[in-house]
Write a protein that binds this ligand. Sequence first.
Ligand code: ATP
Ligand code: MG
Length: 315
Amino acid sequence: MKKIVVLGEIVVEIMAVDVGQSFRSAGSLVGPFPSGAPAIFIDQVARLGQPCGIVSCVGDDDFGWLNIERLRADGVDVSAIRVHPELPTGSAFVRYDADSSRDFIFNIKHSACGHMALTDEAEALINGCDHIHVMGSSLFSFRIIDVIKKAIETVKAKGGTVSFDPNIRKEMLSIPEMRAALEFMLEYCDVFLPSGPEISLLTEADDEEKAIREILDMGVSSIIIKRGSEGSTYIDREKTIHSPSFKVEELDPTGAGDCFGATYVTCWLRGMPVEDCLRYANAAGARTVTVKGPMEGASHFADLDAFIANTKTGA
Ligand code: ATP
Ligand code: MG
């Protein structure tokens, strides 16, 4: 089976308990939960039984070990997670508003996360993998961009594949080097996984249809647009396939896109037809939003099969 490797941040997430809660006064919090978009992604890959690993860096503290132990228990190769002797593990505090929008306070760039490096263990993991996945949220420092570029060049040179979820924070687009890194990713990726409006954030065109053309012309072979409660759409040069979402009650939206992407890429690498890849990915995304905690709703194939058999589809 093909081995998938992700490079990027591992953090803990601590959540405000009540909707509408402010971070400018004391309130109830719940956590720490293991988190970080790349960590959620790779945990979901592991639960599907696919060989996988992560290149990252955490602190030598409870937040770091919580993540390492969780990922290891689920089957992720954790040999390339560097444990930094001084810096703390990254963190994200999140609160929700009534309209289901989220507000985060991150400690990532100046935490152990910023010290991911191409250690011997990381090089061994990358040399032994078939597919690299990258999240736009991970491209937050030049050192990390450099590590990710080298990994991609290594894997591409031996015929491997690359997927990219832009997961863009708007402030990144105003920094020219970050923009260049996002454009590098588009140039090298085979599978592009934007959420709805992200499709045109990196293109000249500002409507979806023209943005799709532009991205396919850059050499991306397939685009999968995530549309939240409206399901997902696959597009390549020959065809467009829409797959409806599953009807669920949304409790915590964090992690849906990451579990969706992980499931899509795993199914695609196993050679499943596009329709099946989308159905499984939609099911993984939908299950995630029904569970509190970013990677607590990650699924095994048996969970997905039971969920698909018992859940109505919507838009
Ligand atoms: P994230 O917040 O993790 O970055 P995203 O914006 O990348 O998420 P979404 O489009 O929100 O990705 O979710 C990914 C997929 O999960 C959707 O395409 C859909 O299949 C499923 N999904 C997400 N939210 C819901 C929902 N409320 N109901 C049903 N399915 C959902
Ligand atoms: Mg996303």
